[in-house]
Design a protein around this ligand. Structure first.
Ligand SMILES: Cc1cc2nc3c(=O)[nH]c(=O)nc-3n(C[C@H](O)[C@H](O)[C@H](O)COP(=O)(O)OP(=O)(O)OC[C@H]3O[C@@H](n4cnc5c(N)ncnc54)[C@H](O)[C@@H]3O)c2cc1C
Length: 449
């Protein structure tokens, strides 16, 4: 008898899941609510795509393994291959960090290009069928087993239903209607708001330019204000600024420009965009709270799994969401291939997001008026360790490599506590952070600084 998986949502998580399950099921049906564009274009169902989306090496390598040819195609479409930390000019809480070629990277591209390339490559496989303008409205089955979904054409039966419907998923409600115990929801919300504008980079800086990042300082009792510039395809820079509750960036052009120039801890972003040509207005977003459903704590019906933002969504400034979605699809495939149940797969998927959750919420708890928690002793101790580790990383490459490896999700968070790293952190810093952004003379000249 032939087998079928139905994937709810044709975003990044849905597409990498479809790719991951090729060969395990005879038929893979993706039901997507939106009309999908035939290229790298924005659409209603993924409103966050107008903001900078860092694709980290830890996620990019997993996507490449599930969707072969992904990276080559991205670079052929004009994405930047940014070495980490070699092409990263970053001001962390403790100050400016040095640049040195490392073994990690970022794929510098717009989110719409990322989505399009993955979708286009996956859709070429005859086993995958993508139905557009096909919203799912209900799960079919009972509390022990999900047997399909209700779509626009009625019930579609399936051996496995994967919820990849993103932050706005209705699955908790649908599961409740089947009589499944409600999963605990955790929300930690710093009230972070995003404002983004895209610029045409100065001509000489279009082909190769570092990622620039100015992080907030969570040690002062003020809203966290930060920003980043990411080179993307088309010789453009996408410049996103953000602020936690009470420090939200304005959404007008004048307000945005003032925020970039005067509200960040360093004016470098303002200096750079003053020499670039604006291509868009300001786009804003507030869908940024850390939110996860603790599906690992309840007995979910067999035949149902949630991954990507539908199970755990993170404060986006850490750039982890897409990579965690890819890791989730990878784990799902591995567990099913090993004969594991969908419940086991769900527990493993929840586990995949724990490190990213800790990293995001561990910082967020310190900002004023954060909702969902207050900083406890453990949070203060963790922050003190992270600050000492960052200071040490300035002059001890082993520590910086470990931090970049964990941040890019290429290494587990536990690598930050590896004996050699711990020893270096105990020894402490040799040199202070850099006095200013480590842009080379050539980069400054090309950017017109
Ligand atoms: C402002 C912002 C900036 C971000 N920056 C980064 C970053 O730098 N790096 C990073 O890795 N992540 C970032 N993220 C997170 C990233 O956007 C998400 O983690 C990622 O989109 C998750 O993919 P997904 O497929 O789970 O969800 P989505 O991309 O949201 O896709 C969900 C899909 O499901 C469809 N859908 C919804 N309901 C239904 C239904 N009932 N039936 C059928 N289809 C349905 C939607 O139309 C959509 O296509 C950012 C998020 C925000 C908000």
């Amino acid at each position: 008898m032939s087998t079928r998986v139905v994937v709810i949502g044709g975003g990044l998580a849905g597409m990498v899941t479809a790719a991951a399950l090729r060969g395990r099921f005879d038929e893979i049906v993706v039901l997507e609510r939106d009309k999908l564009p035939g290229g790298a274009e924005a659409r209603k169902g993924v409103p966050q795509a107008v903001h900078a989306h860092l694709m980290l090496s830890g996620g990019a390598r997993v996507i490449e393994s599930l969707v072969p040819g992904f990276l080559d195609r991205m670079y052929a479409e004009g994405a930047h291959d940014a070495n980490a930390p070699g092409d990263l000019v970053t001001m962390m809480t403790v100050g400016w960090m040095p640049r040195r070629r490392g073994s990690q990277f970022f794929v510098g591209a717009s989110r719409v290009l990322l989505d399009w390339v993955v979708r286009d490559l996956v859709a070429r496989d005859q086993r995958v069928r993508i139905h557009t303008e096909s919203p799912v409205t209900e799960l079919i089955g009972d509390a022990r087993r999900v047997r399909g979904v209700r779509g626009p054409d009625g019930v579609l039966e399936a051996d496995l239903v994967v919820d990849a419907a993103g932050r706005g998923t209705r699955a908790p409600k649908w599961l409740g209607e089947l009589g499944v115990d409600e999963a605990r929801t955790e929300v930690i919300d710093s009230g972070l708001a995003y404002s983004t504008r895209i610029f045409q980079a100065p001509e000489a800086a279009r082909t190769r330019f570092p990622v620039i990042n100015v992080q907030p300082d969570s040690r002062v009792p003020l809203p966290g204000r930060g920003g980043g510039l990411q080179p993307i395809e088309g010789g453009r820079w996408i410049v996103t600024v953000s602020g936690t509750r009470g420090g939200e960036p304005p959404t007008t052009v004048d307000g945005y420009t003032d925020f970039v120039n005067n509200q960040l801890r360093h004016p470098i972003l303002g200096e750079l965009i003053a020499r670039a040509e604006p291509l868009t207005e300001v786009h804003a977003s507030r869908s940024t709270a850390n939110r996860r459903y603790r599906y690992d704590e309840v007995e979910l019906p067999e035949g149902f799994v949630a991954l990507g933002d539908s199970v755990a969504a993170f404060n986006p400034v850490y750039g982890h969401g897409m990579s965690i979605a890819a890791h989730g699809a990878f784990v799902l495939r591995a567990i099913l291939a090993g004969g594991g149940s969908t419940r086991e797969a769900q527990r493993a998927i929840c586990k995949v997001g724990v490190g990213a959750w800790q990293m995001a919420t561990g910082q967020d708890v310190h900002f004023p008026d954060v909702r969902g928690t207050r900083p406890g002793r453990l949070d203060l101790a963790r922050r003190a360790y992270v600050d000492r580790m960052s200071l040490t990383a300035v002059s001890r490459p082993r520590v910086y490599d470990a931090m970049v490896g964990a941040f890019t999700l290429a290494r587990p968070m536990s690598s930050l506590m590896a004996p050699g790293v711990l020893l270096d952190v105990l020894r402490g810093p040799i040199d202070p952070p850099l006095a200013g952004p480590p842009l080379s003379t050539d980069e400054r000249r090309r950017a017109g600084l």
